[in-house]
Design a binder for this molecule. Structure first.
Ligand SMILES: Cc1cc2nc3c(=O)[nH]c(=O)nc-3n(C[C@H](O)[C@H](O)[C@H](O)COP(=O)(O)OP(=O)(O)OC[C@H]3O[C@@H](n4cnc5c(N)ncnc54)[C@H](O)[C@@H]3O)c2cc1C
Length: 420
């Protein structure tokens, strides 16, 4: 009997990079039944990670069920599970179902001909003593919900606390890291203080937001003028900004936390959120792929993993270099998306034995929200100019970027099936 030889393409991660890759791949191979596409993720939804800070403060729809993107795509199989092993030498990955609570299920092994690693990043606590144990992080949907519940609890407890110093501890919120995530979270939370104070009959001058940053300025990827205007806007919200300050540790006694810093006295609080850095999962380093700073995988100009041309790494996982200099492409959703689409095109070329297209990062701009109705940043305009903004327009642009991402994913589907 003549058995059809299949080509299996496995994509690990349904985030910005993985999902853009899968939706385009599925369309590219829609008439080729010999190619089977497999998507693996620990969740059944696509998380809009760039909007996690919103959910940490208020009700906000930041997940989209994967089934919405994969419906009618007969050439894609979704595998729900935790990737626990990547075997680059014998071309397979292993999935565990522990986190999906199907305790009877055995770990599953999936063989691949081509692999795309798009597993995103984790919080880097830099082994600062006590930090991982006592601080919240903001990476997953559950993290944002934990922060929101905890904030509400702190106000509720403070409402019946008669000792002023103790009450202030409940109402002091500390954020470590003055990059995009730290600033977006600090401003969203600070904006909510008045409403929570009113709800719990507290003096609105008592809640405090403290932002600690190691560098001598926050939002270091923006220009000096925009940083100054952001600092102004944040100070107007009552946010205390401590730049040039290193978080050196955290300790706890009877639920009371101390954030140790240098320079400066320890800060007593009940809430610390750490947004000071990212790293890549050890799982990827253990695969044998060559890794660089933050554990990102060294890739060539086509985003192929060194020594493994059948394997691509994209998004936060990839240590892609800017053409013409030795700067790494930053970890950001816009680059993950571009890399996902390009990798789908290149996989089509690879299977068809055609030359691959080089990766050229396109910087579309940068937008940082400063609360619900304000944002600062810039957008690339035609003929190499930049539109710089701070204000309500910025928040509309920020929203439009997120909507555009979903629109492009839908568009891949429209092109695939002719309607959506
Ligand atoms: C709060 C916050 C705000 C941000 N704001 C912006 C912004 O405004 N603009 C911007 O450009 N960037 C922003 N970023 C960065 C941006 O979100 C990331 O660079 C982007 O998500 C990277 O995309 P990715 O595809 O590499 O990974 P992700 O989008 O993180 O996707 C990784 C996927 O892999 C899955 N996964 C991970 N490990 C496993 C495993 N072991 N097994 C199974 N599944 C697994 C995850 O569930 C996830 O679906 C922000 C990040 C945060 C945290």
């Amino acid at each position: 009997m003549n058995e059809t030889k299949h080509t299996d393409i496995v994509i690990l991660g349904a985030g910005y990079g993985g999902l853009s890759c899968v939706t385009r791949l599925s369309r590219k191979f829609r008439r080729d039944s010999s190619v089977r596409i497999h998507l693996v993720d620990r969740h059944t939804y696509h998380l809009l990670e760039t909007r996690l800070h919103e959910r940490a403060v208020r009700e906000s729809e930041i997940t989209v069920p994967l089934s919405r993107f994969l419906a009618k795509r007969n050439n894609v199989t979704f595998h729900l599970g935790e990737v626990t092993h990547i075997g680059l030498d014998d071309r397979h990955v292993e999935l565990d179902f522990g986190k999906t609570q199907t305790s009877t299920a055995q770990p599953r092994r999936i063989r691949y001909d081509y692999l795309v690693i798009a597993l995103g990043s984790k919080t880097n606590f830099y082994q600062i003593p006590g930090l991982e144990e006592h601080a919240f992080q903001l990476k997953e949907l559950e993290d944002s919900e934990r922060i929101r519940d905890h904030t509400e609890q702190m106000f509720a407890i403070a409402a019946s606390e008669t000792n002023r110093n103790r009450r202030k501890e409940f109402l002091r919120f500390v954020i470590g890291g003055g990059g995009l995530t730290g600033v977006e979270l600090a401003t969203e939370l600070a904006e909510r203080f008045d409403a929570l104070s009113e709800q719990y009959h507290l003096d609105p001058s008592e809640p405090e937001m403290v932002l600690i940053e190691l560098a001598d300025r926050i939002l270091s990827s923006l220009d000096g003028k925009q940083i100054a205007r952001s600092v102004e806007a944040m100070q107007a919200m009552g946010i205390q900004i401590h730049t040039g300050t290193r978080v050196t540790g955290m300790s706890e006694e009877d639920g009371r936390l101390l954030v140790l810093r240098n320079p400066g006295d320890p800060i007593p609080t009940r809430t610390m959120v750490w947004t000071g850095g990212i790293r890549i999962s050890d799982l990827i380093r253990r695969s044998g792929a060559e890794t660089g700073p933050q554990g990102r995988v060294v890739v060539n100009e086509f985003l192929q993993v060194k020594h493994y041309p059948e394997v691509f790494a994209i998004g936060d996982n990839a240590l892609a270099m800017q053409p013409g200099n030795d700067q790494a492409v930053p970890t950001a959703a816009q680059f993950a998306l571009q890399q996902g689409y390009l990798t789908a095109d290149n996989l089509r070329r690879l299977v068809g034995d055609r030359p691959l297209r080089r990766y050229k990062p396109k910087v579309l701009g940068e937008v940082v929200s400063l609360g619900k109705h304000l944002a600062v940043g810039w957008a690339a305009m035609p003929v190499g100019t930049q539109l710089r903004f701070i204000g309500f327009l910025g928040s509309l642009i920020k929203r439009a970027i997120s909507e555009r991402h979903l629109f492009l994913l839908w568009k891949e589907r429209q092109n695939w099936s002719g309607h959506w």
